[in-house]
Design a protein around this ligand. Structure first.
Ligand code: KIV
Ligand code: ZN
Length: 506
């Protein structure tokens, strides 16, 4: 069976989404998970865009094997050199060169003629080709460009050595039928097209990214560019899990294979959501919390009799944990380890010990511990690994009389503890002010939200915050059965990210 390649750009276009910044270790963790998921290409970043991006691409290139590792470059020598420098230790490196090709972009942004764009595209693909064979080229804003011009550009970059030509619907403007015709037109009008793989890259501004990608596949595209949970610039990119499951579920129609291990979808989705702080909407196809929940009595009746009546995908197929109530106070180390393995985690001994200790502490406060609680515990423990400051303890007094007061003790980078106290308009404000007195990093809180991981009064509360400093947004998350403690953890998490980036960029 013919195969569709999956080019995942979660770490480049996905991370480009406002407020979605990941640190180097987090990018590496996501890349390793993407490899387990079975994507064909990981676009690890845009090396020239920042020192952090450069280092992230470099570490992924060094550590992730078995998948093509790609770096993005504009059509100029500096970008290409930088991309190569970051990628050179990869087992299978790819440079992705892009240049706008629509009249709108050429006229208003680049101020270049079609002839100049044609020449730059060809020359820069040839330049990248000096480093490696595997070059991809994207004529940006192709869906709003003149198709005859796109054919010309593609023919000339394929001649210069591009092995993949990627057609972006950069602003999410295309309609499926129209986008399909563009792909069909490319396949029948570009003379040397058989020498390249045709790829598509769709944005979701009209909610059509997945539909456009599927239509392109129907017309002959054999690589799709997408992101986990559909995150990305503005309304996002085409969602990987939706395309994969459409191809799997409707194999009768597409008759195409993928290299994706669908059982890893749910875990990858949770990981990306946890690390970026972008919550997955409950009704999101494939990975939303309601995606496999049946509310209506008629549907429930049907599913009990035979799941296929109302369920087109077996949730197990995408790795949604089968059970909900699993563990409690009496569950031992071995049972916990087994449950972690069933959920797809393989932790180092140290990480396991820390997570197991946290599990035991939680079990003292909460009777039934669900898979979602365990996922939240693992995420919480992983968050503390790269800490500069660690929350040692907090104490808060609040209520409708008196002034909210918080005392905070932190462990500093040199292992010493430091403590301070502050008053605030509420308990969280008091905690944040006390932390500010200790950490002393100017920033502005731009977002704060609390949600419970599971139902019930004893549920773990997860706090997500975003802070802004020098024009950069940092996300922080924290989880605890006490939401004030979770809020403090989230703030420390965001500050640690801010400090880590400062260390990298100086
Ligand atoms: O949306 C877009 O056009 C892009 C290109 C860099 C491929 O992200
Ligand atoms: Zn894009």
């Amino acid at each position: 069976m013919e195969k569709v390649k999956f080019f995942d750009t979660t770490l480049r276009d996905g991370e480009q989404a406002a407020g979605g910044m990941l640190n180097i270790q987090e990018k590496l963790d996501v890349a390793k998970q993407l490899e387990k998921l079975g994507v064909d290409v990981i676009e690890a970043g845009f090396p020239i865009s920042s020192p952090g991006d450069f280092t992230a691409v470099q570490s992924i290139a060094e550590e992730v094997r078995g998948t093509i590792i790609c770096g993005l470059a504009r059509a100029n020598s500096k970008d290409i050199d930088k991309a190569w420098e970051a990628l050179k230790k990869a087992e299978n490196p790819r440079i992705h060169v892009f240049l706008s090709a629509s009249d709108i972009h050429m006229l208003h942004q680049l101020k270049k003629s079609r002839e100049q764009i044609l020449e730059m595209s060809r020359d820069m693909v040839a330049e990248a080709k000096k480093y490696i064979e595997d070059i991809e080229f994207s004529p940006m804003d192709a869906s709003r460009a003149n198709s005859e011009f796109i054919y010309q550009v593609l023919e000339s970059v394929i001649d210069a050595g591009a092995m993949t030509i990627n057609i972006p619907d950069t602003v999410g403007y295309a309609i499926p039928d129209e986008f399909g015709r563009l792909i069909a037109g490319i396949l029948s009008n570009v003379k040397n097209i058989e020498k390249a793989v045709v790829s598509v890259h769709c944005h979701d501004d009209l909610g059509l990214a997945v539909a456009n990608s599927l239509e392109a596949i129907k017309q002959g595209a054999r690589q799709v560019e997408c992101t986990i949970n559909g995150i990305g610039e503005r309304a996002g990119n085409a969602s990987l899990e939706e395309i994969v499951m459409a191809l799997e579920t409707r194999r009768d129609l597409f008759n195409l294979a993928t290299g994706i291990n669908t059982k890893q979808i749910y875990k990858t989705s949770r990981m990306v959501s946890d690390l970026t702080g972008f919550a997955v909407q409950p009704n999101k196809a494939i990975v939303g919390t309601n995606a496999f929940r049946h509310q209506s009595g008629i549907h429930q009746d049907g599913v009990i009799k035979m799941p296929i009546t109302y369920e087109i995908i077996d949730p197990k197929k995408v790795g949604v944990p089968a059970s909900s109530l699993v563990m409690g106070k009496l569950s031992g180390r071995h049972a916990f380890q087994e449950r972690l393995a069933e959920l797809g985690y393989s932790l180092s001994e140290d990480d396991f010990i820390r997570t197991f200790t946290a599990f035991k502490e939680l079990a003292d406060k909460k009777k039934d511990i669900t898979d979602r609680d365990i996922e939240s515990l693992v995420a919480e423990e992983m968050r503390t690994i790269t800490e500069t400051f660690h929350l040692d303890r907090i104490q808060v007094t609040c209520g409708d009389r008196g002034i909210p007061t918080a005392a905070v003790k932190l462990k500093s980078p040199n292992g010493k503890t430091m403590a301070d106290a502050a008053l605030g308009t509420g308990p969280v404000d008091a905690v944040y002010k006390a932390i500010n007195r200790l950490v002393m990093v100017p920033n502005k809180l731009t977002e704060f939200s609390v949600k419970s991981v599971t139902e019930g009064i004893d549920a773990i509360g997860e706090v997500l915050i975003r802070i802004e400093s020098e024009g950069i947004t940092y996300t922080g998350r924290g989880a605890d059965t006490d939401i004030i403690v979770a809020s403090a953890k989230a703030y420390i998490n965001a500050l640690n990210r801010l400090l880590a980036l400062k260390k990298v960029t100086g």
